[in-house]
Ligand binder design. Structure first.
Ligand code: CO
Length: 133
């Protein structure tokens, strides 16, 4: 079973400009900015109520975020669900026929172990599972 929507990921071209817009929209400043070198992104996180918004900007043209923006433009990139046991959930979902992008959880932003499910498996939505470390 998955838990709450932990955050929503939004791909942006210019993190500084996007931060300013989301600061105004949400009425809070980002609580964290973090580079994830392995993914070629820099992210910023906003708390909104019980959930979060993650803005992602590519730091290198080969990063998945750069490719996403090139293909589809800025916008909603992924939906992240919180899980308490990521290995168990991955096993369950693989057994149910979901296509997993990385079966071995990797270290994500904001101190999480994360796994992505292919958008084809979820009607066009890239799904992230994340477990607190
Ligand atoms: Co995310």
């Amino acid at each position: 079973m998955l838990g709450k929507i932990e955050h929503i990921g939004i791909a942006v071209k210019d993190l500084k400009a996007a931060n300013a817009v989301y600061e105004t929209l949400l009425g809070v400043t980002p609580y964290k900015e973090e580079k994830v070198a392995s993914e070629g992104v820099i992210t910023s996180f906003f708390k909104t109520g019980d959930s979060k918004v993650e803005l992602l900007m590519a730091t290198d043209p080969n990063s998945p975020i750069a490719q996403f923006i090139e293909k589809r433009g800025e916008g909603l990139h992924h939906l992240a669900f919180s899980v308490t046991d990521i290995d168990k959930e991955v096993q369950r979902l693989v057994a149910a026929g979901f296509q997993v992008l990385n079966e071995q959880p990797k270290l994500g932003a904001d101190s999480k172990r994360i796994v992505f499910l292919h958008p084809k498996s979820a009607h066009g939505v890239l799904v992230e599972l994340c477990e607190d470390i």
